[in-house]
Write a protein that binds this ligand. Structure first.
Ligand code: C5P
Length: 217
């Protein structure tokens, strides 16, 4: 563990996509490389925080000094998140699938003669909202992400209110963001709406680490 201003702070970061199985060989997932969440976990560990990184399936190595817990589904990510409480700060960066197939077949589904296939999906739990509204272990600071292609500030404000978190990082994904090192992010909290200086995921991670340090006092 590094020595730094966040020594003694327990911080949980969710990152990557979730994968929701349809059968043993197929499933539904979200576009997320995990790079932004991993960069945030790394920046926090460098400042001395005790970081737990709860990660969906990604092709990235765990940053040094970070405890990584691998999960696949939203249900597993929620369970791991609740198991990681209490913590001082929770940062939800994961691109959680909003829906999962109602039933996951235990055998590979065979192609039939039908030209169409219907699958019933059920809603996944909202991890950020569950942690934000936790009655016993609500962290001091809960931060979420919102990827939007328009109306960044309005959607970020709405999400802040509905999910009950303290800050939302509003991510403009109308440009080439997925899988790249670049990112364009603003931060919405009760004090206002500020564009984060810099354009890389490392810039965003360093800003978030400084913001957390400032907010914890
Ligand atoms: O509602 P939306 O998916 O846009 O919210 C994005 C934020 O909520 C992100 O911080 C994401 O990690 C979190 N989230 C979650 N669980 C879900 C859906 C989103 O934690 N099921």
């Amino acid at each position: 563990p590094h020595k730094g201003p966040l020594n003694g702070r327990r911080i949980v970061v969710t990152a990557g996509p979730t994968f929701e199985p349809l059968d043993p060989v197929r499933g539904m997932t979200n576009r997320s490389s995990g790079r932004q969440g991993y960069a945030i976990a790394e920046a926090l560990a460098r400042k001395g925080a005790d970081v737990t990184l709860i990660s969906g399936p990604v092709a990235l190595p765990a940053p040094g000094g970070v405890r990584r817990i691998d999960v696949e589904t939203a249900d597993q990510m929620l369970e791991a998140s609740l198991n990681a409480l209490p913590c001082d700060v929770f940062v939800a960066v994961a691109a959680v699938a909003d829906w999962r197939p109602k039933q996951a077949a235990t055998e590979k589904q065979k192609k039939g003669p039908d030209a169409e296939l219907s699958v019933t999906f059920v809603k996944n739990p909202d991890i950020l909202e569950t942690v934000s509204k936790h009655l016993d272990f609500r962290p001091k600071l809960v931060i979420g992400f919102a990827a939007e292609t328009s109306e960044l500030e309005a959607y970020a404000r709405a999400k802040l209110a509905s999910k009950g978190c303290d800050a939302i990082l509003a991510n403009d994904v109308s440009d080439d963001v997925f899988g790249s090192a670049k990112n364009q992010v603003s931060l919405a909290d009760l004090d206002g709406f500020t564009a984060i200086p810099g354009t890389t995921k490392a810039d965003v991670a360093n800003f978030v680490a400084r913001y957390i340090h400032k907010r914890l006092g």
